[in-house]
Design a protein around this ligand. Structure first.
Ligand code: HEC
Ligand code: HEC
Ligand code: HEC
Ligand code: HEC
Length: 209
């Protein structure tokens, strides 16, 4: 034999071997032989029962490998909010408290309904009573006091080197301080926990022109 035919023969053998192995890997023999025989009425002629059995097993295996997405939890308030009018539950609130002589920053459009329904915030995350205790039992349809009724100084706390040293409670008398703490503290915590920047923490992301 010359060199060329030796090469051709070994090449052919290698290809045949590769084909055989790839088929064998896809359909391992032992598995094939240890399957329970399909007998009785289910056993169709020409091995259809076998094909069906393989198909249903393949589907079951696929389902086991890719479990269904866990259902997104539903806000318990979603239905009541959808049914409520703007008077009862304002869905978006232009944050412009009347007591301010003027707003120096662009007005924040606060997505009230989205925060409850999409971001799953409970009422008590923002609304509380005169002792500062969260109103977790507030229901859609109940009245809620405005923040400025209690955090009644319409501005940020004074800043600069001549500014008085305020206790945390004194600082919270300022409306903008109470709002900034409420909104930003949750956003910062949420972003940290979820390794994201989805909840805005910079001035112009809330005070949008
Ligand atoms: C993420 C914060 C947040 C959550 C959660 C939240 N609210 Fe509010 N809500 C506000 C803010 C801020 C206002 C505007 C208050 C203001 O103008 O001083 C407001 C306003 C309201 C008002 C109108 C008050 C008025 O007279 O203008 C009602 C009623 C109300 N909320 C009810 C609810 C109920 C019920 C829930 C729970 C289903 C809820 N809120 C959840 C922040 C929140
Ligand atoms: C009925 C009066 C009242 C209303 C209305 C009110 N607050 Fe308060 N808030 C308080 C009191 C009292 C405290 C506790 C003060 C302290 O600890 O020094 C407090 C504390 C806070 C604090 C600091 C403690 C905390 O919970 O993080 C924030 C922030 C705050 N309020 C934001 C708001 C916002 C935003 C609104 C409107 C959605 C609001 N408050 C409505 C009385 C009120
Ligand atoms: C209890 C937690 C919580 C509080 C309190 C909260 N937020 Fe948010 N907010 C979120 C989360 C979570 C997102 C972003 C979710 C996302 O996009 O994945 C968000 C997103 C936003 C966004 C961008 C998306 C949108 O819906 O417009 C704005 C603006 C915003 N918040 C404003 C506010 C303001 C103003 C306040 C205070 C009155 C506030 N938030 C209080 C949790 C909170
Ligand atoms: C998470 C949203 C958010 C972020 C971030 C934010 N603010 Fe605010 N800010 C508010 C809300 C809500 C009010 C309350 C306005 C009202 O109800 O009248 C407010 C009020 C104010 C006020 C008083 C009202 C006015 O327009 O004069 C000033 C000043 C202010 N913010 C400045 C800032 C600055 C500066 C930054 C950045 C360092 C900032 N804010 C970041 C939400 C935000």
């Amino acid at each position: 034999m010359d060199k060329k035919s030796v090469l051709l023969i070994t090449g052919g053998v290698a290809i045949a071997l590769a084909l055989f192995i790839s088929i064998a890997v896809d359909h391992p023999f032992p598995d094939f032989y240890t399957r329970p025989a399909v007998v009785g009425p289910e056993a169709a002629p020409h091995g259809e029962g076998m094909i069906e059995m393989y198909a249903s097993e393949a589907i079951a295996a696929e389902e086991a490998a890719a479990p269904a997405e866990p259902e997104k939890p539903q806000s318990p308030y979603a239905e009541a909010i959808a049914a409520a009018d703007e008077e009862t539950f304002p869905k978006t609130i232009a944050m412009a408290a009347d007591a301010y002589a003027e707003h120096t920053k662009p007005i924040v459009q606060f997505t009230h309904a989205k925060h409850v329904i999409d971001y799953m915030a409970g009422c008590g995350a923002c609304h509380h009573n005169e002792d500062g205790e969260p109103l977790d039992d507030l229901q859609v349809g109940d009245e809620a006091a405005k923040c400025i009724d209690c955090h009644s100084k319409p501005s940020e706390p004074p800043k600069g080197k001549d500014a008085p040293d305020l206790s945390p409670a004194e600082a919270l008398e300022y409306h903008a301080e109470a709002l900034h703490q409420n909104c930003k503290n949750c956003h910062v915590a949420y972003n940290k926990e979820n390794n994201t920047r989805a909840a805005p923490t910079s001035c112009t992301k809330c005070h949008v022109k």
